[in-house]
Design a protein around this ligand. Structure first.
Ligand code: KIV
Ligand code: ZN
Length: 516
């Protein structure tokens, strides 16, 4: 990369992104996202927190097996058992990194860890040394660095670098910092830590004040050479710095930044759609880079200007981030090969002929109802195939809904519940309400409906609707998705998907709420 520094992109969609309530992903979903990140040339993929649960362990292991073009990272608290578990999960990786952390802010050390600062340094050093027994690529994070004392941070960083940390990551865990202040912190740390030249300085910013991207960019201008980020800015609470915004800001303003990432930015839209389809977290229309309006010029003056010369109102080209004008890619007569090829171009490889056949059968059904099939339809279809599993407790057999002016809508639902076909009829305020009531009569999940949202996948009245249903049971929150040209059927599918997720018991530790 000429005489410019390399900016390492560390994606944590599969770990911090997954910590958004309801955004949990299955192992196969994680593998699909990881493959898309690899195609985009993301340098490091944080695939999960292996000690958190057996599911997390297996997901990290599966990503480590499936991806060889990016370094695969596993998170571990500064505890031997966490680090060994991460090392074990990462064994199949062509290139593995262990990311270990312990909190360093006065409030976290006193209230959460109940440890003295000296003990924290000791434990951090021990953790890094332990991680080095598994891999020579070790990252250390002083959690809540954004509220830690600078002198103490310098001491911790010097000690962990001496112990073998190759990347030191400075997290603004609670999103408290302002850009000028955070940039200054990074500059000071690099200047004052005596062995700072032996490690890459990284940043990890949360978006509680909407400043995650601004803080990350300010850090880069002050010497950070790794940014941790997530697709669509997904993440704990208000999220993490959004990968697409960081990467495009640096790429677009090469007159300001002394570095660049090696990312293939034309893959950004594919990744964005994949993540929102899998998690059910819709992208707001005016979101920078990936929102549907990001490159749309509504006002006459803007349209006129853009037609005369694109640069009048556009600072980036839509196609450089993977926006293609809605393209009719396939139709009723398209064959299996064309279907497989287009999906491969969009980042999906089928694991088996059976999977391909299942998705192709769905494609044919859809093409019967909808004459023009767009890329977005194909992606929704693949997401849908992944939503159903043979082991599902509940499956939709049939649904009939009736509504008429002046009459109460009615839904007749047939479900397959735990091996038995069951039928219920319910009325409701609308067709969707009636359908959801009928599902509840049959499954009695005891859940609360937290969110119901519908978006159209493409334009036109024959477009598929994509529905997200968020259900809550005690402390657990899950998102279910469904897509169909019939919005009531899409809604029922989404509700059933959420029920199937919530009935699966899952014991899962949270990295930032654990014992140490
Ligand atoms: O926000 C945070 O501090 C984290 C650490 C584990 C890096 O996610
Ligand atoms: Zn975080």
């Amino acid at each position: 990369m000429s005489n410019r520094d390399k900016l390492t992109i560390f994606d944590t969609t599969l770990r911090d992104g997954e910590q958004s309530p309801g955004a949990s992903m299955t192992r196969d979903e994680k593998v699909r996202i990881a493959r898309a990140l690899e195609r985009m040339h993301v340098d490091v993929i944080e695939a999960g927190f292996p000690i958190a649960s057996q599911g997390d362990f297996e997901a990290v292991q599966a990503v480590a097996r499936a991806v060889s073009g990016s370094t695969i990272c596993g998170l571990a608290r500064a505890l031997d058992k966490d680090i060994d578990r991460a090392g074990e999960a990462l064994k199949p990786a062509a290139s593995a990194r262990i990311h270990t952390f312990i909190a360093t802010s006065p409030i976290h050390m006193k209230m959460k860890l109940r440890m003295e600062p000296e003990q924290v340094i000791e434990q951090a050093v021990r953790a890094v040394k332990r991680a080095r027994q598994h891999t020579d690529n070790v990252e250390f994070s002083p959690e809540d660095a954004g509220r830690s004392e600078t002198d103490f941070l310098c001491r911790v960083l010097e000690a962990v670098i001496a112990a073998g940390a190759t990347t030191v990551n400075i997290p603004d865990t609670v999103g408290y910092n302002l850009p000028h202040q955070f940039g200054e912190l990074i500059r000071t740390l690099i200047e004052r830590v005596p062995n700072s030249d032996k490690a890459v300085f990284s940043v990890h910013c949360h978006n509680d004040l909407g400043l995650a991207v601004g803080n990350s960019l300010s850090a880069v201008l002050n010497g950070a050479r790794q940014v941790e980020c997530t697709i669509n800015g997904l993440g704990e609470r208000a999220g993490n710095a959004s990968l697409e915004e960081v990467v495009m800001a640096v790429r677009t303003r090469q007159d300001i930044f002394p570095c660049d990432s090696g990312l293939d930015t034309t893959q950004i839209m594919t990744c964005s759609r994949l993540v929102s389809g899998i998690t059910g977290f819709a992208v707001q229309p005016n979101k920078a880079i990936v929102g549907v309006n990001a490159f749309a010029h509504e006002s006459g003056i803007h349209q006129d200007g853009v037609l005369k010369s694109r640069e009048t109102y556009e600072i980036m080209r839509a196609q450089d981030v993977g926006w293609a004008a809605n393209r009719i890619v396939m139709g009723k007569h398209s064959g299996r090969n064309a279907f497989r090829t287009r999906l491969r171009e969009l980042g999906t490889d089928f694991e088996s002929e059976e999977e391909l056949n299942d998705a192709f059968a769905r494609f044919k059904d859809l093409a019967d109802k909808k004459h023009e099939i767009f890329d977005e339809d194909l992606q929704a279809l693949v997401t849908e195939s992944g939503l159903e599993s043979e082991n599902d407790w509940v499956k939709l057999v049939s649904l009939k809904v009736c509504s008429e002016t002046g009459e109460t809508p009615q839904a007749d639902m047939v479900l397959w519940v735990n091996g038995e076909e069951k039928q219920a009829s319910c009325s409701g305020g609308g067709q969707v309400d009636a359908a959801f009531k009928a599902i509840e009569v049959l499954v009695n999940s005891g859940t609360e409906l937290e969110l119901y949202s519908v978006s159209n996948i493409t334009s036109g009245t024959d477009a598929q609707g994509e529905v997200t249903v968020r259900l809550k049971l005690n402390d657990r929150i899950v998102n279910g998705q469904g897509a169909d040209t019939d919005i009531v059927i899409a809604s029922a599918k989404a509700y059933i998907n959420a029920v199937n997720k919530i009935v699966q018991p899952e014991e899962r530790a949270h990295p930032q709420l654990g014992d140490v």
